[in-house]
Write a protein that binds this ligand. Structure first.
Ligand code: NAD
Ligand code: UDP
Length: 310
């Protein structure tokens, strides 16, 4: 099985490459290193089944593959807002390029979509089910990411309907673990780095907004179960339904690290969703998937990782 992973040098992509290599795939990792790092994949470079391709997914390319995982896209608000036009091009033109490749080669193709397609869910739509169409601001500062990912989903389903392309679409909820980028502004990496450095823990807004955090190994097993399942297109929510407030997350990080950092409040970013939790009924039923790693255990492993790099 020869498998292309776009965005393979990033946080999730590098864990996926590890898992595919361990299962005997030949892996082509395509990445432009915008947010990915060579250090995430350097242990794979000498493996004869692993090939690194420095390339931008918005530029056309040709490879011969059996499977495609499309992960290329900056994922944290700080990074995707850095150059919003590039972000939307990456999602949309990138999707057209990988879908064209899937059409030509007959490869099965997987799209890393996101819970952000649900935006800031309206009342009655919590937790989020796959049939919810979302509440997304089309012209706000998060739109380059949210609408780009929504358009990519549209393209996936149109290529499926029009050209019979064999698609798998997953909607990923907040995921954390080793190889998160310390400077990408995501809440788990921010809180851990701040706690370890003895700096103030920055809570945006009152801290009552919620997220549901999934440990990376759980997520990757969900990826592979969906990719390998016959007769399914998705979209399928994959995430941990254990919902907590940002204040509770900060308290957890402080307790595990033993840090004396104080908690400070900063303004809530524009369009920041108030609550987010996946309904994983479909993943449980169709993939027999559910997360196994509890928040405390996952945070301990992630903290160990950050201790080793900062
Ligand atoms: P990441 O930023 O660590 O990884 C993204 C990778 O894509 C990086 O290696 C980056 O260099 C690469 N990339 C970006 N633009 C590119 C381009 N134009 N051409 C080629 N490569 C490009 O982020 P991540 O957390 O690993 O996210 C991976 C995917 O999963 C993304 O598509 C993201 O939207 C999705 N996702 C992640 C989460 C999460 O919680 N981590 C949640 C929802 C969805
Ligand atoms: N957040 C925070 N402090 C930080 C970084 C983020 O309170 O230092 C909040 C942010 O406002 C949001 C939540 O944590 O409500 C999750 O933010 P993140 O960027 O990790 O993910 P997303 O908003 O994309 O789910």
């Amino acid at each position: 099985m020869r498998t292309l992973v776009t965005g393979g040098a990033g946080f999730l992509g590098s864990h996926l490459c590890d898992s595919l290599i361990a299962k005997g795939h030949e892996v082509i990792c395509l990445d432009n290193f915008f947010t990915g790092h060579k250090s995430n994949i350097e242990h794979l470079v000498s493996n004869p089944n692993f090939e690194m391709m420095r390339w931008d997914v918005i530029d056309p390319f040709k490879v011969e593959v059996d499977q495609i995982y499309n992960l290329a896209c900056p994922a944290s608000p700080v990074h995707y807002q850095h150059n919003p036009i590039k972000t939307i091009k990456t999602s949309v033109i990138g999707a057209i390029n990988v879908l064209g490749l899937a059409k030509r080669t007959g490869a099965r193709i997987f799209q890393a979509s996101t819970s952000e397609v649900y935006g800031d869910p309206t009342e009655g739509n919590h937790p989020q089910v796959e049939s919810y169409w979302g509440n997304v601001n089309p012209i706000g500062i998060r739109s380059c990411y949210d609408e780009g990912k929504r358009c990519a989903e549209t393209l996936f389903f149109d290529y499926h309907r029009s050209n019979n392309v064999d698609i798998r679409v997953i909607r990923i909820f907040n995921t954390y673990g080793p190889r998160m980028c310390p400077g990408d502004g995501r809440v788990v990496s921010n809180f851990i780095c701040q706690a370890l450095r003895g700096e103030p823990i920055t809570i945006f807004g009152g801290g009552t907004q919620t997220r549901s955090f999934c440990y990376v190994s759980d997520l990757i097993s969900g990826f592979e179960l969906l990719m390998d399942k016959e007769g399914i297109t998705g979209p399928v929510n994959v995430g941990n339904p254990n919902e907590i407030t940002m204040l509770e997350l900060a308290e957890n990080v402080l307790a595990i690290t033993g840090s004396k950092s104080e908690i400070v409040h900063k303004p809530l970013p524009e369009d920041d969703p108030q609550q987010r939790r996946p309904d994983i009924t479909v993943a449980r039923r169709e993939l027999c998937w559910e997360p196994n790693v509890a928040l405390k255990e996952g945070l301990e492993k992630t903290i160990q990782y950050f201790e080793s790099i900062i």
